[in-house]
Design a protein around this ligand. Structure first.
Ligand SMILES: N[C@@H](CCC(=O)N[C@@H](CS)C(=O)NCC(=O)O)C(=O)O
Length: 393
C-alpha cells in the first residue's frame, strides 16, 4: 500500500524517523552559505530521484494513486518552519511499492553500497599514507643544513603563486640560508604549502619555520627596537591572516577563474579542474573564517583598505621599518607581490598599480635586492631547481 502524503498518519503522529523537511526552512533562507547550498543540493536530488521513481512506476502501473502533482503539492505546501515526521516503515513500504522489490533486495543493495564505500575509502587511505611515507623517506638523506623547500611549481608572473611560499623563499634568501626546491610534494603534513625538510625533520607553516631558523641559527635581520619589531609583526599578521582572504577570494571565487591561465603554467583542462576544487574549498573556509559571509563588494573594499593602510605604514621608508629590511618584510613583500603581479583584472590589483606608488616602488626594491634571478625563476623559462643563497645578494 502506498503512503499518502496527505494522510495525518504520515505526518507528526507515529514519530520514529524525522524527515528533514525542517531544512526547507534553511533552504528558503536568502543566504549563500555553503550549508544552504549543500542542503539545496540534497533536496533537489531527493526530489529528482522521487520524480524518477514516480515516473518509472507510473509507466508500469496505471492505477497508481500518488502522482507527481500530489507530491509536488505536498512539498510546496510544507511551511518553512514545520517539521514533518515519517515512520521509517512507511518510508520503506513506500520505496518498496514504488520500485517493486522486496525487503531482502533493498537490504542487500544498501549493505552492498555501504561495504563498497567503506572498503574504497580504507584502500584510498592506505595508498595515500603509503605515498606520503614514501615521499617523506626520499628527503631523509638530504644534504646536512640545507633546507628543502617543498612548494608549488613556479608561476608565470611571480616565482611562486602562494604568498606564504614567496614569503618563506624570500626569507631564505634574506638570511642567506642554502636551500633546494621540491615541486613534487607541495602539501605538508598539515595539508598546506609551503613546508620544509631540514636534516631529516619535516616542519610545516612558514612562520613557525622562520622563527625556528632564526632561533637555531641566531639570525637577526635589521637592527630595530622591540617596539618597531612589534609594529612590523602586526603588519605581518594583517598580511598572513587578512589580506590572504582578499587575494584568495578574488583568485578562486570572484574572478570566475578568468586570468588563471596568466598565472599557472598548466593545461586548460587541469586549470579548470583545479579552479572547481579550490573554488569550493575557499568558499567553505572563508565562510568558516567569517569573511566569506560578506558581499564581494565589501570584501574588495576591505582588501583595498588593507593596501591603503600598508601604504600609510610604509610611507617614505625604503623597507617596512627603515633603510634596512627586517624579517617581516618577507611576508609584506610576499603578499604585495601577489597583488602587484598576480591579480590580473582585479579591482585591488588595479588600485595598487595605479594609486599606491610607494608600495609599487617597495616591491621593485625587494625584487631587485633579493630576487636578482627573478626572470629565470618564472615558469616556462630556464628556472634553476636549486638555489644556493649567494653572498652577493
Ligand atoms: N599558516 C600557513 C598558511 C599556508 C597556507 O594557507 N597555504 C595555502 C596556499 S597559499 C594552502 O596551502 N592552502 C590549502 C588549504 O588551505 O587547504 C603558513 O604560514 O604556511
Amino acid at each position: 500500500m502506498l503512503v499518502d502524503f496527505f494522510q495525518p498518519s504520515f505526518c507528526v503522529s507515529n514519530l520514529q524517523f524525522p524527515l528533514i523537511v525542517k531544512y526547507i526552512h534553511l533552504y528558503s533562507l536568502p543566504k549563500h552559505g555553503i550549508h544552504q547550498k549543500q542542503i539545496k543540493k540534497c533536496i533537489s536530488s531527493a526530489i529528482s530521484v522521487t520524480f524518477l521513481l514516480l515516473f518509472l512506476k507510473r509507466s508500469k502501473d496505471s492505477n497508481y494513486s500518488l502522482n507527481c502533482k500530489h507530491f509536488l503539492r505536498c512539498v510546496i505546501s510544507c511551511d518553512s518552519k514545520s517539521v514533518l515526521f515519517v515512520k521509517m516503515t512507511n518510508v520503506i513500504d513506500c520505496i518498496k511499492t514504488w520500485i517493486g522489490v522486496n525487503h531482502g533486495t533493498i537490504a542487500l543493495s544498501i549493505g552492498g553500497i555501504f561495504v563498497a564505500v567503506k572498503v574504497g575509502s580504507k584502500l584510498k587511505e592506505m595508498s595515500d599514507s603509503c605515498r606520503a611515507k614514501k615521499a617523506l623517506k626520499k628527503w631523509e638523506n638530504s644534504p646536512r643544513d640545507v633546507v628543502i623547500l617543498h612548494t608549488l611549481p613556479r608561476g608565470k608572473p611571480v616565482p611562486n603563486l602562494s604568498p606564504f611560499a614567496m614569503k618563506l623563499e624570500t626569507f631564505l634568501r634574506m638570511a642567506e640560508i642554502p636551500y633546494e626546491l621540491d615541486f613534487e610534494n607541495p602539501w605538508g603534513m598539515k595539508g598546506k604549502t609551503p613546508w620544509i625538510t631540514l636534516n631529516g625533520e619535516h616542519i610545516t607553516d612558514s612562520q613557525i619555520i622562520i622563527e625556528r631558523l632564526c632561533r637555531e641559527r641566531n639570525i637577526v635581520i635589521g637592527n630595530y627596537s622591540e617596539e618597531q619589531q612589534a609594529t612590523a609583526r602586526a603588519v605581518r599578521i594583517m598580511m598572513d591572516e587578512y589580506l590572504y582572504w582578499g587575494i584568495g577570494l578574488w583568485r578562486w571565487n570572484y574572478s570566475g577563474g578568468k586570468g588563471l591561465d596568466k598565472l599557472f603554467d598548466m593545461p586548460t583542462f587541469s586549470l579548470k579542474m583545479m579552479y572547481k576544487y579550490i573554488n569550493k574549498r575557499i568558499q567553505e573556509t572563508a565562510w568558516a573564517q567569517g569573511i566569506g559571509r560578506h558581499t564581494q563588494e565589501q570584501v574588495i573594499e576591505m582588501t583595498k583598505e588593507v593596501l591603503r593602510t600598508s601604504s600609510l605604514i610604509l610611507g617614505s621608508k625604503k623597507f617596512l621599518l627603515g633603510d634596512e629590511p627586517c624579517k617581516e618584510d618577507c611576508s609584506f613583500f610576499g603578499f604585495l607581490a601577489m597583488v602587484k603581479w598576480a591579480a590580473p583584472g582585479s579591482p585591488h590589483g588595479k588600485y595598487f598599480n595605479e594609486e599606491l606608488e610607494n608600495l609599487n616602488n617597495y616591491c621593485d626594491r625587494m625584487k631587485e635586492r633579493f630576487w636578482k634571478d627573478w626572470d629565470s625563476c618564472l615558469a616556462k623559462s630556464n628556472q634553476t631547481s636549486d638555489y644556493k643563497a649567494a653572498k652577493s645578494l
